[in-house]
Design a protein around this ligand. Structure first.
Ligand SMILES: Cc1cc2nc3c(=O)[nH]c(=O)nc-3n(C[C@H](O)[C@H](O)[C@H](O)COP(=O)(O)O)c2cc1C
Length: 187
């Protein structure tokens, strides 16, 4: 399959995760472009999409939201997987409960413009240099810690699931009426 792994990043974590997913899908036999969503010229050229954005204030970055909006007809027809990169793993204390609530909230927004096969909220690198002074003070007051929270095993596992689904969907179907010998095999 010809797959776009499109991303929008402010500080690089989302790009690194997109590149990892792209490499994994390529290893599994797909033709893959990994590129920023605002540099994609012809979205219609791709057969499937894995789209990811950094999360700011519980939303995708504006260029990512625009890309979804502009191509919504396509994203209702072709397979789309989405990932959001935030900081649920950096949260501490009562704020830790925010993480599980943020994922479904973002999913609901994305589903207004795309029919998603799956959406994952992941954690990225959270650095002092990304924060305003006020943001830093709130972050520290909540007991949160800066760090690299990327979970590569989870990213690889998810990419492998996607590769499996693409392989199943891309495989030539037997002619209708044909009797399959391999009953119980892939659908
Ligand atoms: C201004 C700002 C707002 C943020 N808002 C959120 C948020 O609402 N939810 C969240 O989970 N992470 C939030 N983050 C954390 C980032 O999404 C996180 O650091 C992520 O790794 C950034 O990805 P990037 O390196 O691709 O830009 C915010 C970061 C910044 C700088």
């Amino acid at each position: 399959m010809f797959v776009l792994v499109g991303y929008a990043t402010a500080h690089g974590s989302t790009r690194s995760i997109a590149e990892r997913i792209g490499a994994r899908l390529t290893e599994r036999g797909n033709r893959v472009d990994v590129r920023p969503m605002d540099e994609v010229k012809d979205a219609g050229a791709y057969e499937a999409f894995v789209l990811g954005s950094a999360v700011h204030n519980q939303r995708w970055l504006p260029e990512a939201s625009e890309f979804l909006h502009e191509n919504q007809a396509l994203f209702r027809e072709r397979p789309v997987w989405a990932f959001s990169v935030g900081m649920p793993a950096a949260l501490r204390g009562p704020w830790k409960r925010m993480g599980p609530r943020e994922g479904p909230k973002i999913t609901a927004t994305l589903e207004k413009t795309a029919r998603l096969r799956d959406h994952r909220l992941m954690s990225g690198v959270v650095g002092r240099e990304q924060m305003s002074r006020a943001g830093h003070l709130v972050f520290r007051a909540l007991g949160c810690r800066y760090g690299d929270y990327r979970d590569w095993a989870a990213v690889d596992g998810w990419a492998d699931d996607i590769a499996g689904r693409l392989a199943a969907e891309g495989a030539p179907r037997p002619p209708s009426g044909a009797v399959r010998e391999d009953r119980g095999g892939t659908r």
